[in-house]
Design a protein around this ligand. Structure first.
Ligand code: NAP
Length: 275
């Protein structure tokens, strides 16, 4: 069965590979990104009858609505939404400015919400649809030195899991995908930004540049991530959360287990508040 996809952040990285993999299997794709010229360059060889290139900065609600309207006019339906657009604000809590924190949430959380608000009425009318919200291993394990990135992806997780419950009865299935470290431009200066207020007290404990130093060394291949996404979308009963990447389990599991153990360990304080 051929599907129609709507993918955000398709100018670089994982978004490009997801669009290519969907086209490869014969599907149609609305590939969206902040710059139309970049989309035209990246997808110069894509089959014109199965791709629609659309300008979409996810921070603009109006652009999200217009992109969805054009997609519906062009393809008539949206079967799969991939909310992939995002970036990383590296650095400690105190090192980020208010404007940087707002920009992080404007794209990773409110931007995702803009696209969801535009696509959900389409999927409700179809009584079907798949939504993949790109979270991160940092949306499962709180990640120091990427505090607000991690906070934004925790917000993505909360939004995704609650939405999944709300729309399941309407035939819409929602999954948070949680990639480990993948070799894209994500950690370099073309994508990541660093807190603007470096604080000397933290210096002995490392800097945001330590995380960014993994750029180019990440073990995850975005082409293979795209193949996992194709398999995920083909499942009748997809999970609501999916870790992707050979490093992902080891990254999140100890902290998940530690959280449960800590909660259990303090139950004697927790369960003391009934009338
Ligand atoms: N790579 C990893 O290790 C990793 C791990 C976990 C999660 N993720 C998540 O995976 C997703 C894709 O990241 P990536 O690794 O492919 O990084 P990337 O190579 O830096 O690509 C990021 C993409 O997001 C787009 N984008 C950023 N802000 C946008 C906005 N406001 N509106 C529309 N598009 C926007 C970029 O567009 P421009 O070209 O216009 O900048 C680019 O196409 C992100 O949500 C990221 O948080 C990545």
């Amino acid at each position: 069965m051929s599907r129609t996809w709507f993918v955000t952040g398709a100018t670089r990285g994982m978004g490009v590979e997801i669009v290519k993999a969907a086209l490869q299997q014969g599907d149609k794709v609305a590939a969206t990104g902040r710059t139309l010229d970049k989309l035209l360059e990246v997808f110069a060889d894509a089959p014109r009858d199965r791709i629609k290139l659309l300008e979409l900065d996810v921070t603009s609600e109006a652009q999200a609505e217009a992109a969805v309207d054009t997609t519906m006019h062009h393809f008539g339906r949206i079967d799969v939404l991939v909310n992939n657009a995002g970036f990383c604000l590296l650095g400690r809590f105190e090192e980020a400015t208010a404007a940087q924190i707002e920009a992080q949430f404007a794209t990773n959380v409110f931007g995702m919400a803009n696209v969801l608000r535009a696509v959900l009425p389409v999927m409700r009318a179809q009584q079907s649809g798949r939504i993949l919200n790109t979270s991160s291993i940092a949306g499962v394990k709180a990640t120091a030195n990427a505090t607000f990135y991690s906070a934004s992806k925790f917000a993505v997780e909360g939004m995704t899991l609650a939405l999944a419950d709300e729309v399941a009865p309407l035939g819409i299935q929602v999954t948070a995908i949680e990639p480990g470290f993948f070799r894209t431009e994500f950690l370099n200066d073309r994508s990541a930004i660093h807190g603007e207020n470096p604080i000397a007290d933290y210096k002995p404990y490392g800097s945001s540049r330590d995380l960014a130093a993994a750029d180019g060394q990440q073990q995850g291949d975005p082409v293979k991530l795209a193949q996992v996404v194709m398999q995920l979308v083909a499942l009748d009963n997809p999970p609501r959360q999916l870790l992707i990447g050979n490093d992902a389990m080891d990254y999140v599991m100890p902290s998940l287990i530690a959280r449960i153990e800590e909660m259990r360990g303090f139950e004697h304080l927790t369960n003391t508040t009934d009338f």
